[in-house]
Design a protein. Structure first.
Length: 722
C-alpha cells in the first residue's frame, strides 16, 4: 500500500506536522523527521508516546509499530511521554485523550508511517553519501547497508545527513511483519520493578507543599464556614485555604497535612443533592420509565405488530449501580503556577484537558502551560476528568508555591466521577416457532457527555479559543444531548447490538440527580452488555432453545460476532457435561470496533457464587502484541467480575456510603477463576482491546447461575435469593 502523508492526514482527520526540523529543542544535528521520532548522532533512537501508559502496555505496542517500519529492535528504543500539544492528539478523537480502546487502532498508520518516513530518509542519506542507487540500499536492525559494496552505517551516523532529505512518499508493509504480532516484553517493566518508573504520586518538585483537601461530603456542596484553630497549631502546617468545594491544608509532607485536615470543623452548604439516596433514585427512575416515552435510540419494524405475533412474552427490570473506578494509584497532581508559566505533573489520561484546565484557572495562554505526563497507576476513565488537576493548580496559584495534592483511598471513593446508575425496563416475545417477535427496551439514566461537555469542547475547539466560547459551546452540546440528540454513551450496546431482530424499540429517558459522572471502562457497554445478553438468554429460555444455538441463529448476518461466539463455545466444550452443581453461561458483544465472547462455569454454595472457569474469545483485527492483548482480556474480565460480584456505590443523604476496599472490594487472587484466552486470527486493521471483556463477563456469569440454579440475576452486584 502506498500511503502519502496527505492521505494519512485525511484518513485520520488530524493535522500532524510530519516534518518538524529541530522540534522539541532537538540538538542541532539530531534527525527529527516527524513528531514521533528522533535519532541523535550518538545513535539514540527516541519515540514519543502520545497515549497515556496506565498499565495497558501502550508504550511497548507503540514502539513496536514504529520499530516494524524503522527496522530496529524495539528494545534499543528510548521512550518519552509526549507533552501536551495538539500534534499528539488522538487521531480517533481529535483531542489528546487516552480512552475508548483507541490507542493502538488510532496509532496503526501514523506510527508506522513515522517509522517508514524516517527509514526512507535515512536510506536516501546513505545512497547520496555512497553515490549508489536508492533501490540498492536496505535498512536492517538499526543500520543502512549497501550489500554490493558492503558499506554499512548506523542510523546515528546518518542522522545529520538524513535531516536534509525530503520525506516523499513511502510504502508501508502489508505482511511479513517481524515485530508486529510478536509478544515483545514490556519495555517499561524493568523500571517498574526496580523503582525507577515515575508515577504521578512519585513526583518530587523542590519546595513543593503537600495538600490534603477536605471536600463537602455531598456532591455540589460548598463550605460555609470552618474552624481551623487546632489545625493551625499542628506540626508542618503552612497554609489553610478555602477552595471552591472544600478546605485545603498545605503542609511540609502528607501526614502532617492529613492529620491537620482531620481536625478541621467545616459547616457545609449541602445543596439539593443532600436529599438523594439510592432508594430515591430508583423510585424516581421507575416512575420515569413507566410514564415517559423517552428519546428514540433505535426503531426497527413494528413493535406493536410483533407483540400480536408473540406466543410468549417476557418482561424484566434490569439495574446497574453507580460505580467508582478505584484505580490503585489514588488521584494526585503537582502544579507550580508562576506569573507567566504553569507547570503540571500529572498521571492524566487527557494531557490536553489538563492543559486547558490549568490555562483557565491561571488565565494564561495554553502554550504557557507545560504538562509533564507521568505513568498512571490505573485509569479506567477516572483520569480523563480534571477535578484533581484543578485543585493542585488552584492551590499553587493561591499560595505562590509548588503544590502536590494527594487524595486518600476514601477521598477517591467518595468524591469520584461515577459510572451512571441505570434502570431498564425490557419486554420481548417469541413466536410459537421460537423466533423473536419483538424487543423493547426503556433506559433511564443520567448523561455522561451532557455533564462533561464543557471539558470536551475545550479540547475540540481550536487552540487559543476564548474560555467563554468553550463554556458556551459546552452548554450547547449539553443541551443537545439532553433534549434532542440523546447521549450515545447512554444507549451504546443497547441500541447497537448485532442480533437480527425484526421489531425493535430502544428509548432513553434522562434522569440526572446530580451525581458527578465520568467515563468508565467500556462506558455504556459496561452495563448494556449485561442487560442485553441477560435478556436474550431469557428469550432463549422462553423459546425452549439452547442459549448458544439461539444466539447463533440471530447472528447469521454478523459474521464476526458469530465467529467469536462459535470459537468460545468450541473452546469451552459447550454442550458437554459438567460436574454436578455447576452451570455454564454464554455471552457475546461488540464494542470499540471489536467482537468478544465469554463462557463462564460457576457453582453456587451457601449463597455465594464461585466462578471456576472463564473462556474468552476476541476478534480485534491484526494483533500487534499477543501477550499484551491476553493481559488486557484477563484484566478486563477480572474488572467485570468485580463489578458483577462485589461493587456497588450507594448513597444516603447525598453521601457515598463506601470508602475503601473493605466495603468497595475488588476480586482477590484466590477468587479469580482459571481464565483462557483465544484470539481470532485476522488480517483486518487493529481495533479495540482493553474494554472488550467488561461487557461480556457479567452476563456470562449471570447466565451460568441461571443454568445452575434457575435463578435469574437482573441487578449488579449479583445477589442470590434465599
Amino acid at each position: 500500500m502506498s500511503l502519502s502523508r496527505r492521505d494519512l492526514v485525511k484518513a485520520a482527520g488530524l493535522v500532524i506536522a510530519f516534518r518538524i526540523p529541530h522540534a522539541r529543542a532537538a540538538e542541532p544535528r539530531d534527525f527529527v523527521p516527524n513528531a514521533w521520532l528522533k535519532v541523535s548522532p550518538a545513535n539514540e533512537i527516541t519515540v514519543l508516546i502520545w497515549p497515556a501508559e496506565m498499565g495497558q502496555g501502550v508504550i511497548t505496542s507503540s514502539v513496536q509499530l514504529v520499530a516494524e517500519e524503522l527496522e530496529v529492535d524495539p528494545k534499543k528504543v528510548v521512550v518519552e511521554l509526549a507533552p501536551a500539544d495538539r500534534r499528539y492528539a488522538n487521531p480517533a478523537m481529535g483531542m489528546q485523550m487516552t480512552g475508548g480502546s483507541t490507542s493502538t487502532r488510532a496509532s496503526w498508520e501514523p506510527l508506522r508511517l513515522a517509522g517508514a518516513t524516517a527509514r526512507e530518509m535515512l536510506k536516501a542519506a546513505a545512497a547520496q553519501s555512497w553515490k549508489v542507487p536508492l533501490t540498492s540500499v536496505v535498512a536492517r536492525d538499526g543500520f543502512i547497508e549497501h550489500p554490493e559494496s558492503r558499506q554499512r552505517a548506523s542510523y546515528g551516523e546518518l542522522a545529520s545527513a538524513a535531516a536534509e532529505q525530503s520525506p516523499g512518499r513511502v510504502e508501508l508493509k502489508k505482511k511479513d511483519f517481524t515485530v508486529i504480532g510478536q509478544s515483545v516484553d514490556r519495555l517499561d517493566a524493568r523500571d517498574k520493578v526496580n523503582g525507577k518508573a515515575v508515577f504521578g504520586i512519585d513526583v518530587k518538585v523542590p519546595g513543593a507543599l503537600t495538600a490534603v483537601v477536605v471536600r463537602c461530603p455531598v456532591f455540589g456542596g460548598t463550605p460555609r464556614r470552618h474552624d481551623e484553630t487546632v489545625a493551625r497549631k499542628m506540626p508542618g502546617v503552612k497554609h489553610i485555604v478555602t477552595t471552591p468545594n472544600g478546605v485545603a491544608v498545605l503542609a511540609d509532607h502528607y501526614w502532617h497535612a492529613r492529620n491537620a485536615a482531620n481536625t478541621l470543623k467545616v459547616q457545609w452548604n449541602e445543596g439539593p443533592v443532600g436529599k438523594l439516596s439510592t432508594r430515591s433514585f430508583r423510585e424516581n427512575a421507575r416512575a420515569l420509565a413507566m410514564s415517559t416515552p423517552g428519546m428514540k435510540a433505535r426503531t426497527d419494524g413494528d413493535v406493536e405488530k410483533g407483540k400480536q405475533q408473540a406466543a410468549k412474552t417476557v418482561e424484566a427490570v434490569y439495574e446497574a449501580p453507580w460505580l467508582a473506578h478505584a484505580p490503585m494509584e489514588p488521584m494526585n497532581c503537582t502544579a507550580h503556577v508562576q506569573p507567566h508559566r504553569c507547570d503540571v505533573w500529572a498521571p492524566t489520561q487527557g494531557a490536553g484537558a489538563t492543559q486547558n484546565t490549568a490555562a483557565q484557572i491561571c488565565e494564561l495562554p495554553a502554550d504557557q502551560v507545560f504538562v509533564h505526563q507521568t505513568l498512571l497507576g490505573g485509569g479506567f476513565g477516572r483520569r480523563a476528568a480534571q477535578d484533581w488537576v484543578a485543585e493542585a493548580v488552584f492551590l499553587s496559584k493561591a499560595v505562590g508555591a509548588p503544590v502536590k495534592v494527594v487524595w486518600s483511598r476514601e477521598d477517591d471513593t467518595r468524591h469520584s466521577v461515577y459510572r451512571p446508575a441505570t434502570y431498564n425496563v425490557l419486554a420481548g416475545g417469541v413466536t410459537a416457532e421460537g423466533e423473536v417477535a419483538f424487543w423493547q427496551h426503556q433506559i433511564v439514566s443520567p448523561s455522561i457527555i451532557a455533564q462533561n461537555a464543557p471539558t470536551l469542547m475545550g479540547q475540540l475547539l481550536p487552540a487559543g479559543s476564548p474560555s467563554k466560547l468553550k463554556v458556551l459551546a459546552g452548554g450547547a452540546l449539553s443541551g443537545l444531548m439532553k433534549n434532542a440528540m440523546g447521549d450515545p454513551t447512554a444507549t451504546e450496546g443497547a441500541a447497537t447490538f448485532s442480533y437480527d431482530l425484526p421489531n425493535v424499540d430502544v428509548r432513553w429517558v434522562l434522569d440526572d440527580p446530580g451525581v458527578p459522572l465520568g467515563f468508565f471502562r467500556s462506558v455504556g457497554h459496561s452495563h448494556h452488555g449485561f442487560i442485553v445478553e441477560g435478556f436474550i438468554d431469557e428469550l432463549a429460555h422462553a423459546a425452549g432453545k439452547d442459549p448458544f444455538d439461539f444466539r447463533r441463529a440471530l447472528l447469521q448476518k454478523a459474521p464476526r460476532n458469530l465467529g467469536v461466539l462459535e470459537r468460545v463455545a468450541r473452546e469451552s466444550g459447550w454442550g458437554k457435561a459438567l460436574p454436578e452443581g455447576r452451570g455454564r453461561g454464554i455471552a457475546q458483544h461488540n464494542s470499540f470496533g471489536s467482537w468478544a465472547a465469554a463462557v463462564a462455569e460457576v457453582s453456587v454454595a451457601d449463597g455465594a457464587i464461585r466462578v471456576h472457569r472463564l473462556v474468552l474469545a476476541i476478534d480485534c483485527g491484526q494483533v500487534v502484541n499477543p501477550g499484551l492483548v491476553r493481559a488486557q482480556l484477563e484484566s478486563a474480565a477480572v474488572f467485570g467480575l468485580s463489578m458483577a460480584l462485589k461493587q456497588n456505590i450507594t448513597l444516603e443523604k447525598g453521601r457515598v456510603q463506601q470508602g475503601n476496599f473493605h466495603d468497595y472490594p475488588v476480586l482477590r487472587m484466590h477468587e479469580s477463576p482459571v481464565i483462557e484466552t483465544h484470539l481470532v486470527q485476522s488480517d483486518e486493521r487493529p481495533t479495540g482491546v482493553g474494554e472488550l471483556m467488561v461487557p461480556v463477563t457479567p452476563p456470562a456469569v449471570a447466565n451460568a447461575v441461571f443454568a445452575a440454579t434457575g435463578q435469574r440475576l437482573r441487578a449488579m452486584p449479583f445477589k442470590l435469593e434465599g
